[in-house]
Ligand binder design. Structure first.
Ligand SMILES: Nc1ncnc2c1ncn2[C@@H]1O[C@H](COP(=O)(O)OP(=O)(O)OP(=O)(O)O)[C@@H](O)[C@H]1O
Length: 258
């Protein structure tokens, strides 16, 4: 069992999350796969970052290690100033619950609960009060005011993902990790979700890290990180879909087939 002492880490600029020399190796011997190879990265607070790269480049592994869903082989991950490997299981669960929000490709809603109940579920489980003013702001941001009594089966895919976005936003997490959040949506619903995520960064000050394969989705971010073979090989500020697509094409020309 690890110590529960919190290790502090000082930054020149406060970052919502930081990886230092983050390495993840799956398997051993002949079957060893280096999924992340000494990755150093900071995710600035109040920023929207997209992570792109060919299939197998380590995007999901990076997100899972940053989000305390998987443990690194070596290196450190910080959420704010908290170093994750310094936490015992209980503190890790609490950190995940209190400081992190998640949006997945599959909406992961509870079918028997209505939209409002799904949105407040994490707070209810944590025994925390719902800040009704904040709840209203979030609901307005994601445009769900007239759908709160509906069960997931009575909502479209886009509406269900809006519920998942609201659920992630409502507890005011330090950072939201989104894994292909528009992967199951038609392009119009996907664009709506991306606009909500963008708005939540601009208007609510939310920090978001999103894995995507879609250059159009990455263009909503402030910054795009490009992973190749478990390393950050490039990054782009003020991305456009065209610029991201061009950059992704370069991966193919150097043999990293997507
Ligand atoms: N549980 C695991 N066991 C063994 N190898 C794994 C495991 N998870 C991931 N890998 C390997 O680690 C590498 C990185 O995988 P990862 O899923 O992070 O890539 P990705 O960029 O998210 O890929 P995709 O775009 O296809 O989802 C791949 O070679 C993958 O096969």
């Amino acid at each position: 069992m690890r110590s529960s002492a919190l290790t502090t880490h000082t930054h020149d600029q406060p970052a919502a999350a930081t990886a230092v020399e983050l390495t993840k190796i799956y398997g051993s011997g002949d079957t060893e796969v280096v999924a992340l190879d000494h990755v150093d990265v900071e995710f600035a607070a109040g920023n929207f970052t997209a992570i792109m790269g060919p299939s197998g480049s380590g995007k999901s592994t990076l997100m899972h290690c940053m989000a305390a869903l998987d443990a690194p082989t070596s290196g450190k991950v910080y959420i704010g100033d908290i170093e994750l490997s310094s936490l015992n299981d209980k503190d890790l669960t609490r950190t995940r619950r209190d400081r992190l929000g998640f949006i997945f490709q599959a909406f992961n809603l509870v079918p028997t609960l209505n939209a409002k109940e799904n949105i407040t579920l994490p707070l209810d489980i944590a025994g925390k009060d719902v800040d009704s003013e904040w709840f209203d702001t979030v609901i307005r941001t994601v445009g769900l005011s007239d759908r709160l009594k509906h069960k997931p089966s009575e909502l479209s895919g886009g509406q269900q993902q809006r519920v998942a976005c609201a659920r992630a936003l409502v507890s005011k997490p330090d950072i939201i990790f989104a894994d292909e959040p528009t992967g199951n949506l038609d392009s119009r619903s996907g664009a709506e979700i991306l606009a909500f995520l963008r708005n939540s960064v601009r208007e609510l000050g939310q920090t978001i890290v999103m894995v995507t394969h879609d250059p159009g989705a990455a263009a909503y971010a402030d910054r795009v990180l490009f992973l190749g073979d478990g390393r950050i090989v490039d990054e782009m500020a003020e991305p456009t879909a065209e610029k991201v697509l061009e950059r992704m094409k370069n991966f193919d020309t150097i043999g990293q087939v997507s």
